[in-house]
Design a protein around this ligand. Structure first.
Ligand code: PLP
Length: 447
């Protein structure tokens, strides 16, 4: 056992995701020790409300005993089963069937991954295979949206519209293309919903025409852009984008890694927008972050084309831990909890959260309050009329995060000066109110 303290061991050995390595060495780590419901406690005994559900994933909240029991029982009975060799496990099969029953339309075929990045990567591989199988190997270009986030795998990071995920990594960008974000608060066409929808569908049609529809395989989109700063497009936008894709024979892929499983209200945000994507990617809330798991859902026509195209040949895509039985057992219990009152509570608390944050709209630093369900953001500005963003050079993200932490809430502070909120769906009214009160104090301290 090393005599060094946890912060020293962390500094010397643990590489943190999406972090300035040198900045982290200087700042040091905060070590979390335990959590229950929507509360987390660090090793100093500091208790906070988790206003971000970990990393927008612990939708059920922490300490749900029935999830612990489901995982423990599965660990005892069968901790691992491969999906290779035609084998499977009961929880994986039941989870696939339960999800298929609940997804929109015939989005009924499910490949399980370990998280969101490999779900996106798997989707990309299946899409390329699909286009080959239907005799269109040249239909291999993909389009996504600026400020979108689709993970940080070697290929999928190309879809991510945040430059830090490309620069220096050699991400293949030659066949991955972007159109502007709908971003109502900062859209050159203004905030009128129809004008935004028209501008986005035009941008997508124009990009498809520029590349040639016979070369465009798919369009990837988050129903609400999460890591780009919780950007909420107008109602009807997602459907209009899906219809534009259909009109040009381009697969429509909804990346619901954040938005699914009650985060925006229903189980799937696409269903709420009356959209049946050709493929859909999920992770996070699928297992509520208790164990890793993601998934790709495919519509019948996508699955059948791949299956028929391959015939008796192997479709060479797979992971050792695909459909892991412990993750699947957790997924089944998490799904039961969502439908046993958590979605309902999340919807009520989401309204309370957004109403509470709207109450801060008059604050001189608040440019916009936006959100849907238990997903919300405040965009901070230095000049409300001119919508001037906080100066990036001052690194407002870390400062705001630190202040909120000291006051007792974990929230996301994006470098652009956007505060992100995604509390667990189990939050009580008092916890939601505390998030709002502390946010008000953080704003006052930032003036
Ligand atoms: N897609 C979206 C929309 C996400 O928000 C994320 C992660 O935040 C991912 C993909 C990547 O998921 P993971 O971090 O589990 O690899």
């Amino acid at each position: 056992m090393s005599m060094n303290s946890l912060p020293e061991l962390d500094r010397d050995h643990l590489i943190h995701p999406v972090t300035s390595f040198r900045g982290h060495e200087a700042a040091g780590v905060r070590v979390l020790r335990s959590a229950n419901g929507a509360r987390i406690t660090d090793t100093e005994g500091h208790e906070l409300v988790d206003g971000f559900a970990g990393l927008w994933c612990v939708n059920t909240g922490y300490g749900q005993e029935s999830i612990v029991e489901a995982a423990t029982e599965q660990l005892r009975r069968l901790p691992y089963a491969t999906g290779y060799f035609g084998l499977g496990s009961e929880p994986a099969i039941r989870l696939a069937a339960s999800l298929a029953e609940r997804t929109p339309g015939d989005l009924d075929h499910i490949y399980f991954t370990l998280g969101g990045s490999d779900a996106v990567d798997s989707a990309l591989r299946f899409i390329r295979y699909f286009q080959q199988a239907r005799g269109m190997p040249g239909k291999d270009q993909v389009i996504s949206i600026e400020k979108g986030y689709h993970g940080s795998s070697t290929v999928g990071a190309g879809l991510t519209g945040l430059p830090a995920f490309h620069e220096g990594f050699g991400v293949p960008l030659d066949w991955q293309h972007k159109i502007p974000s709908p971003y109502p608060y900062r859209n050159p066409v203004g905030e009128d919903p129809q004008a935004i929808i028209d501008a986005s569908t035009r941008a997508l049609s124009d990009k498809i025409a520029e590349l040639g529809a016979e070369r465009v395989a798919a369009f990837f989109v988050e129903p609400i852009q999460g890591s780009g700063g919780v950007i909420v497009p107008p109602k009807g936008w997602l459907k209009a984008m899906a219809e534009t894709c259909r009109a040009h024979d381009v697969l429509f892929v909804a990346d619901e890694v954040i938005t699914a499983f009650g985060r925006t209200g229903p189980l799937f945000a696409s269903a709420d927008e009356d959209v049946i994507p050709d493929l859909m990617t999920v992770a996070k809330g699928l297992t509520s972050g208790y164990v890793p798991m993601g998934a790709v859902f495919m519509r019948e026509h996508v699955y059948a084309t791949i299956a028929d195209g391959a015939g008796s040949h192997t479709v060479g895509h797979g992971h050792t831990y695909s459909a892991h039985p412990v993750s699947a057992a957790v997924g089944l219990e998490v799904l039961r909890l969502y439908e046993d009152g958590l979605l309902e509570n999340g919807r009520r608390m989401g309204t309370r959260l957004l109403d509470g944050l709207q109450g801060l709209a008059a604050h001189p630093l608040v440019g916009e309050v936006r959100g849907k369900g238990m997903l919300a953001a405040i965009e901070l500005v230095t000049d409300k009329a001119a919508r001037t963003p906080l100066p990036a050079a001052a690194e407002p993200g870390q400062r705001l995060f630190d202040r909120a932490w000291e006051e007792g809430v974990l929230l996301r502070a994006f470098p652009s000066g956007v505060l992100g909120f995604a509390p667990p769906l189990c939050c009580t009214e008092a916890e939601i109110d505390r998030i709002v009160e502390i946010t008000a104090r953080v704003l006052d301290r930032t003036l």
